[in-house]
Design a binder for this molecule. Sequence first.
Ligand SMILES: [Cu+2]
Length: 152
Amino acid sequence: MKKTLLAAAVAALSLNAWADVAVRESWVRGTTPAQKATGAFMELSSSDEAVLVSVSSPLAGVVEIHTTKMENGVMKMRSVHRLDLPAGQVVKLQPGGNHVMLMDLRQQMKKGDVVPITLKVEGKDKKVQTIEIRAEVRDLAAPATMDHGHKH
Ligand SMILES: [Cu+2]
């Protein structure tokens, strides 16, 4: 299923005449029925310098880009309006680091569900391209994807 989703994302991207922005490994952390917010994670890379300027999803009333910082031993999240995508670099949105925050959830996120997410990426020329992705919900205890660099 994951392969199919990736293939669909790549096919959609190839129709664009814009800077090549690739989104890989996208997933959303599962929620309990009472939970109203969760994180979405992915790896972004752009062939040219670009900026992630907006994220939205029909399944969340509010979507923000968050950065995470340790302050006095406490993880603090802060909302930012722009996230730089330096040319040719992989920008990882992952637990404990930068992430997309889905809030005011309209339904429970259950393992295996697919969450449509729309990304808006601004190029150097200020033109904004829209990228639609479909992130798969992983269960609550899903580990960070192969990266332990941010553990303390
Ligand atoms: Cu957050």
